[in-house]
Design a protein around this ligand. Structure first.
Ligand SMILES: Nc1ncnc2c1ncn2[C@@H]1O[C@H](COP(=O)(O)OP(=O)(O)OP(=O)(O)O)[C@@H](O)[C@H]1O
Ligand SMILES: CC(C)(CO)[C@@H](O)C(=O)[O-]
Ligand code: BAL
Length: 274
């Protein structure tokens, strides 16, 4: 991969890159389409990164479908798919990790203590191997995108980071590889995340900007399902991720729940001006 990237760079080609953990869905494909427009050579990585999973998380059961992923990649005009082995990225004796100071101390970082350290570390490795000019990440993982932007700025990676909008199923459910774990009986509960966000947007549109009131309403919508355990409901500044008491200007509302142990996240930007 590194020699290939070096060759392309010498030829003056622009490399665009979409990192994923595979089990591709329309959300991933939308990022590939954005990246396709941004470069001459489109790289996709598929790697279920052990360093970002805690000991009680779903590393061993994370959905995988390499053959189907490769077919989809070909259809989307991906030029190269990078599928490293665990032992290539983390050989015996590996000891270097990338950590951010503030952004991980919010939202998903609170319940997944190694998550963003693992992500920042693997994305650094992938950037050094794939050598992209442009990389595209989804806004569904809003905190991840914020962390990558900060890391790229702090560590002076010469890479343009682009965020792609959340792609949803027709009923509003944000697409996610983990949706593969859901069965039909869990669908109404899974849908309560996008419903809670839509209700918050409606409240803001009608002039209600008090975060506590909006959060209370979201909590009620989610708690109507006994199978849901709420991890967080956060109304916060989209850059610092610090909580805000009122929705003034563009404000992030982010949710995470465990639905019978399946972790689901979703978010939206609330804006009293829109
Ligand atoms: N519904 C979506 N819309 C847009 N981008 C998405 C969507 N789902 C995932 N992505 C993005 O795809 C990239 C790869 O994510 P990943 O492979 O972890 O998929 P995932 O569906 O988010 O998996 P999971 O939710 O199970 O962690 C990330 O940048 C992520 O933000
Ligand atoms: C960015 C990423 C590929 C790092 O493992 C992963 O967190 C993901 O797929 O969102
Ligand atoms: N999309 C983020 C990967 C994870 O939840 O592990």
């Amino acid at each position: 991969m590194r020699d290939r990237a070096e060759g392309l760079r010498i030829e003056g080609k622009t490399i665009s890159f979409v990192p994923t953990m595979g089990y591709l869905h329309e959300g991933h494909l939308s990022l590939l389409r954005i990246a396709r427009q941004k470069g001459d050579d489109l790289a996709l990585s598929i790697f279920v990164n052990p360093a970002q999973f805690g000991p009680n998380e779903d590393l061993s059961t994370y959905p995988r479908s390499l053959e189907k992923d490769l077919e989809l990649a070909e259809k989307e005009g991906v030029d190269v798919v990078f599928v490293p082995m665990d032992s290539s990225l983390y050989p015996e004796g590996y000891q270097t990790y990338v950590e951010l100071e503030k952004l991980p101390a919010h939202l998903c970082g609170l319940s997944r203590p190694v998550f963003f350290k693992g992500i920042a570390t693997v994305v650094t490795q992938l950037f050094n191997i794939v050598k992209p000019h442009v990389a595209v990440f989804g806004e569904k993982d809003f905190q991840q995108l914020a962390i990558i932007r900060q890391m790229v700025k702090d560590l002076k990676f010469d890479i343009e980071i682009i965020g792609g909008p959340i792609i949803r199923e027709a009923d509003g459910l944000a697409m996610s590889s983990r949706n593969a774990y859901l069965d039909e009986s869990m669908r109404p509960a899974a849908l309560s995340l996008s419903r809670a966000l839509a209700r918050a947007k409606e409240m803001v549109r009608s002039g209600i900007i008090d975060s506590e009131r909006i959060e209370r309403e979201a909590r009620a919508i989610l708690s109507a399902f006994p199978d849901i355990a709420i991890d967080y409901i956060s109304i916060c500044d989209p850059f610092s991720l610090d909580g805000v008491q009122q929705v003034r200007g563009k404000t992030l509302m982010a949710l995470a729940v465990n639905l019978r142990k399946i972790r689901l996240i979703d978010n939206t930007v609330l804006d009293p001006e829109s």
